[in-house]
Design a protein around this ligand. Structure first.
Ligand SMILES: Cc1cc2nc3c(=O)[nH]c(=O)nc-3n(C[C@H](O)[C@H](O)[C@H](O)COP(=O)(O)OP(=O)(O)OC[C@H]3O[C@@H](n4cnc5c(N)ncnc54)[C@H](O)[C@@H]3O)c2cc1C
Length: 415
């Protein structure tokens, strides 16, 4: 029977960063996945390191937006009708967490972790010889409607309170940053301290290579085989049984599959999302990620072409992909930026693992001695991977974590 100090279940960005930080602290670590490193949700995100985040996404408060979603005309959200009864309790909890007062509370709670996001990536990228992926060119959010832009007042106030720089730009100001943009919007907000990467999959693989260089071991296996064996947790892997006193669950959208085996039920849902790649027409170029806020998609330059990612989709995690949101936004997207031919053959789908208050769970699994959770990173698994990895590794070896872990405890859902 092989034995390690820690087993990390799930080699997405979050699990890989946790494994790397544990290995940096001298622990023997096995990083387990049934697929390859970074091949699932962490493969296809928009690559934005959103250290500038103030508010989490909120349930729509205006009737027009809700109606557009209900009528399946919105870019920002789609749903499977048959799934609504299942997701309804989660949506109600999400709506409750979207009350203005709760959003301001959340903004304060999450700030310390987000404030470290870019710095933590920079450190790991440098150690991994992977700084070529990093772009410190900020990100640009565009607003077509006066009303949406006017609604940002509270976000601007809080950003000032947090010391987060931003620039409110008009059309000309935004075109000075991105000359290929068409005149279809009135306002823009530039967040200069956000960063992005040109290949999120490449970043996770670089972190895994660093982990291996420190003696970390990658193992193929199914996390659902985890069980108690005397004083250890035992996993049945493709290479035989593996024991460890401590286990990190970083299974992204699949975390619930394992936790249900132990009777731990947290209010966990997925927001599905898609990407496609395009070439720029002619000399069209893009230097940074860009959110078309009133239409509901992101475009960002990547090594594979200009990646377009969709808004959210509420549907069963394993239901067949329905990438209808592209059709809803393509006309407006092409008026904004000269997108040319597709640069890929297939549409990618991923599932953002989400709790209704938009905060991940990072810390001990209640009632499961030796099990730690690093799950529910929602729209920010790339952003927070290294910060989460450092935080959980510190807690596991008894160091004081660099930010207060209280907002991330699973117990907040169990009282
Ligand atoms: C369209 C889209 C755009 C996004 N854009 C951004 C962005 O710009 N910035 C940002 O920060 N975040 C973004 N995100 C969110 C981000 O991608 C996720 O939060 C993040 O990838 C989650 O990482 P993870 O490591 O928790 O999960 P995953 O990457 O899914 O990793 C979980 C791992 O667990 C493994 N696994 C599952 N079940 C088992 C099992 N039974 N046994 C063994 N292994 C198992 C899987 O194979 C997988 O490798 C986006 C997401 C989507 C969908």
């Amino acid at each position: 029977m092989a034995r390690t100090d820690a087993i990390v279940l799930g080699a997405g960005t979050v699990g890989t960063c946790a494994a790397l930080h544990l290995a940096k602290r001298g622990l023997s670590v096995a990083l387990v996945d049934r697929a390859g490193v970074g091949e699932q949700t962490s493969f296809g995100n928009a690559g934005i390191i959103e250290g500038n985040t103030v508010f989490p996404p909120a349930f729509p408060s205006d009737f027009g937006a809700l109606l557009r979603i209900a009528l399946k005309r919105a870019g920002e959200a789609n749903y499977h009708l048959s799934f609504l009864p299942k997701i309804a309790p989660w949506l109600l909890a999400f709506r409750a967490a979207s009350q203005p007062k709760r959003l301001v509370e959340t903004a304060h709670l999450i700030r310390p972790l987000f404030a470290s996001a870019v710095r933590e990536h920079e450190a790991l990228l440098a150690e991994s010889g992977a700084t070529h992926f990093l772009r410190k060119t900020g990100w640009l959010k565009l607003f077509r409607r006066e009303r949406t832009f006017a609604g940002l007042r509270r976000e601007f106030e809080l950003a000032a309170e947090f010391g987060l720089p931003l620039q409110a730009l008009d059309l000309g100001g935004a075109q000075a940053l991105e000359p290929s943009l068409g005149p279809v919007f009135k306002h823009a907000v530039f967040w200069p301290q956000a960063a992005s990467v040109s290949n999120p999959y490449g970043v996770t693989r670089a972190y895994a290579a660093s982990f291996r260089a420190l003696g970390g071991v990658m193992v193929a296996g199914d996390a659902r085989s985890l069980h108690r064996s005397g004083q250890y947790w035992r996993l049945e892997t493709d290479e035989g049984g593996l024991d460890a006193p401590q286990v990190v669950v970083a299974l992204g959208p699949w975390a619930g599959d394992l936790l249900a085996n132990f009777g731990l039920r947290l209010p966990f849902a997925v927001k599905r999302g898609y990407h496609r790649h395009f070439r720029g027409d002619g000399n069209a170029a893009l230097s940074r990620p860009l959110l078309d806020a009133d239409v509901g998609y992101v475009i960002t330059p990547t090594e594979m072409g200009i990646r377009m990612t969709t808004g959210v989709e509420f549907a069963a995690r394993d239901a067949a992909p329905t990438p209808v949101q592209f059709d809803r936004v393509m006309g407006q997207a092409r008026a904004l930026f000269p997108l040319g031919a597709r640069a890929d053959q297939t549409t990618w789908m991923g599932c953002r693992p989400c709790f209704p208050d938009s905060r991940p769970v990072i810390g001990r699994a209640p009632g499961l001695n030796g099990i730690w959770l690093a799950i529910g990173h929602a729209h920010w698994g790339l952003t927070l991977g290294p910060a989460t990895g450092r935080m959980i590794a510190a807690m596991m070896v008894g160091e004081a974590p660099f930010v207060d872990p209280a907002p991330y405890r699973a117990e907040r859902f169990l009282s």
